[in-house]
Design a protein around this ligand. Structure first.
Ligand code: ADP
Ligand code: ZN
Ligand code: ZN
Length: 692
């Protein structure tokens, strides 16, 4: 007998939570290595698989005769490095995700096809190459300098070339770096620090990943990165064609490209010698995968990759997530604050407009007199205005127009969702229900009613009021088309428009020097999302959008319209006071044991048959019973109770003990099989963010 490794453990692109053992045929013995892409027979098909491990022996209760053989080795290189395999395994384990789905998320789809070659042939002019600008480096401000120095001090591999040349044997890192939270106010020059940090990494012959939120990947940013680093940059975003994704992947693997800027999946860039991962706007919820079979958080996965690779991971934000901030506070992350704007520009003045005091003649709450006045002033001065119109969500809620009160769940502290038929207020976490009262429980007014449709009419109202103004609009529907988005933003940049109306899409990353007014049409829509993070989201969104104004010489002004002028997420926005906001919000989280003081996981039960979905949810809840150290909320209908023909119910699990939580989730995962329940699917979302 030889001591050859005869068997391979293979991840296959199926929703199954296991690796499959295949025999390596004689002819392929020398060719199969961990990380390689193979073709294997699976059920009656040929499928792509990834070798994640080799063994000498077949598993014990295995039938030697039945074991199947690998058909083909696809490449002469490893698709996944040993470190990448470690990351994939970690992710599959932590998120209770099928390993095949994890592999799928990490690769261009061309690499997932059993037939044909992955060679990509896109037309090269297809991908946008934006106007280069600002090639020279800034002299860093004192704060920026300090920040960069601290970041680089965590890079144990000395980045100076002569050091490397003199001590090649010492080019190894010793201690591991903690994640770094770069907390810099809007315009403080975080991007400048990223760029100079990446430059240092490149100079030492290593590679870097810069993650940005989906809509943060603007042509402006791409142009800035490309021109400053003076090297080819891979650009990964959700709209990228398969062919281009393949081209970039291949170039990164071969070491022809050393930097990737991109959304979520850029995290899996196949670099051989990664030097740093930077996550811009780390609090942004688009880093959390919300669909498909694998609900990972790219920021958290980046931290794990950083640990495996032993490199610094930098989380940048003006409004850090409370999870990250709390980790910094506890000393788990290194905390670097930037408190000044790099250009010396002042932060905008923020005013809150009390809609309760601004009853408009026509009964609408769209444009208060102060906001109208401010817009008209900008038009007169030839400056631009940005109006944030956060649409009323799919979940309706009651609002008292006299006192601003909105009914909340006594157990979960989230806003109760209003249902018309029969008239009920329901908590989507714990299923608490009460009837609606004719009068406001706070002030007895009869003006408590579902939030009106008035806000949708903003564009019309603007046109009526300012017939001479050039108005552009950017929302989820129109922004989905990249060309349109770029067109709108370009028009703004070139001063071709007076007013830009948009949903949160307009809040991020854009740098328009001539915007001096930001109007938030109705802060309450975000404030009353049925989500325990509603206040955090409001503070982040409003701070972001406020940061769009007065970025240049001219001072900026922000007007926030609301029925809850005293709400602390608004008053803290007005004061630009993250410290105060986080302190108060953390206190609330602690009292209710929400993250970061606990871990939260969601089990979603869905299917086409409403009754069956509901019954299964209740059955699962009964099966859980009462557990020590885990609180179980629900089942309750999801806020989005029906989506694409499927009814959705949810159960929330909350615990400080992540081991116990995981244990319970593992049991839940097997529940449908065990109970032989069909036509219902169960999705598990660990560290859920989108509780819709
Ligand atoms: P952030 O990413 O924190 O919002 P940016 O890096 O985009 O900040 O910088 C904000 C603005 O300040 C940009 O217009 C940028 O060109 C400018 N800037 C950045 N660093 C400096 C500096 N050291 N000196 C002068 N201007 C700077
Ligand atoms: Zn009231
Ligand atoms: Zn509740």
């Amino acid at each position: 007998m030889t001591t050859r490794l005869h068997f391979a453990q293979i991840a296959i692109l199926t929703p199954l939570h296991q690796l499959f053992t295949y025999k390596i045929p004689e002819g392929l013995q020398d060719k199969v290595r961990p990380g390689m892409r193979l073709v294997v027979p699976f059920r009656n098909k040929k499928m792509v698989g990834f070798c994640l491990g080799l063994t000498t022996e077949a598993p014990k209760n295995f039938d030697e005769k039945k074991i199947r053989e690998i058909i083909e080795v696809k490449d002469d290189f490893e698709t996944f490095s040993p470190k990448m395999i470690e990351l994939l395994n970690w992710l599959a384990d932590y998120y209770l995700a099928p390993i095949g789905e994890v592999c799928r998320a990490a690769l261009p789809s061309k690499l997932l096809q059993a037939e044909g070659s992955a060679k990509a042939t896109p037309r090269l002019q297809e991908e946008e190459h934006s106007h280069f600008h600002q090639t020279e480096e800034f002299v860093l401000t004192k704060e920026q300098q300090e920040a960069l120095k601290t970041i680089l001090s965590f890079d144990k591999l000395r980045t100076s070339d002569d050091f490397n040349a003199a001590h090649p044997e010492q080019s190894r890192r010793v201690e591991s770096s903690p994640p770094i939270l770069l907390h810099g106010i809007t315009g403080s020059g975080k991007t400048e620090i990223y760029l100079q940090c990446i430059k240092k990494i490149l100079q030492s012959g290593r590679q870097a990943i810069l993650l940005v939120p989906e809509i943060g990947l603007t042509p402006q940013l791409i142009g800035r990165v490309q021109s400053r680093l003076n090297t080819e940059v891979a650009i990964y975003h959700s709209g990228l064609s398969d062919a281009w994704r393949m081209v970039y992947w291949e170039k990164m693997r071969k070491g022809e490209i050393h930097v990737v800027v991109g959304t979520r999946s850029a995290l899996f860039a196949p670099f051989q010698n990664l030097g740093a991962i930077i996550i811009d706007e780390e609090h942004d919820s688009s880093y959390k995968q919300a669909e498909g079979g694998f609900y990972y958080h790219a920021r958290d996965a980046a931290i794990v990759r950083g640990k495996i690779e032993n490199i610094p991971v930098i989380l940048g934000s003006a409004t850090p997530s409370l999870e990250s901030f709390y980790n910094a506070k506890k000393g788990k992350y290194c905390y670097i604050p930037l408190t000044q704007r790099a250009t010396g520009a002042a932060l905008p003045t923020v005013s809150i407009i009390d809609l309760r005091q601004n009853k408009f003649v026509d009964g609408s709450h769209t444009l208060s007199p102060p906001l109208k006045e401010a817009i008209s002033e900008r038009l007169y001065r030839g400056e631009q205005s940005l109006l944030l119109l956060n649409r009323r969500g799919f979940a309706n809620f009651l609002l008292c127009e006299d006192c601003g009160h909105t009914p909340r769940c006594p157990n979960c502290s989230i806003t109760l969702t209003y249902h018309k038929k029969p008239p009920l207020l329901i908590c989507h976490y714990c299923d608490y229900k009460i009837g609606t009262a004719a009068n406001c429980p706070e002030c007895q007014s009869a003006a408590i009613k579902p939030l009106g449709e008035g806000t949708q009419a903003l564009e019309e109202e603007l046109k009526k009021n300012f017939p001479q103004a050039k108005i552009l609009r950017l929302d989820k529907d129109t922004a989905a088309k990249r060309e349109h988005r770029h067109h709108v933003l370009n028009e703004m940049k070139r001063g071709k428009a007076d007013i830009l109306i948009g949903t949160q899409i307009v809040a991020k990353g854009h740098d328009f020097p001539n915007i001096t007014l930001v109007g938030v049409v109705l802060a309450d829509t975000t404030l009353h999302l049925p989500d325990f993070r509603a206040h955090e989201k409001t503070f982040q969104l409003l701070t972001q959008v406020a940061g769009r104004s007065g970025r240049d010489k001219k001072a900026g002004h922000v007007l926030i319209q609301t029925f809850q002028p005293d709400n602390f997420s608004l008053t803290c926005t007005r004061e630009h006071n993250y410290a105060k906001f986080s302190e108060q919000e953390l206190m609330m989280r602690e009292t209710l044991q929400y993250p970061p003081f606990s871990r939260l996981a969601q089990i979603r039960i869905q299917g086409a048959n409403e009754q069956k979905v509901k019954e299964t949810a209740k059955k699962l809840r009964r099966y859980f019973g009462e557990r020590e150290n885990i609180s179980i909320l629900g089942p309750a209908a999801a806020p989005l109770a029906k989506l694409r023909g499927k009814y959705r119910w949810q159960i929330l699990l909350k615990s400080q003990n992540s081991k116990m939580l995981k244990h319970l989730l593992t049991h839940a995962q097997q529940f449908l099989d065990r109970e032989k329940i069909t036509q219902v699917q169960l999705q598990i979302d660990v560290d859920c963010l989108h509780l819709m």
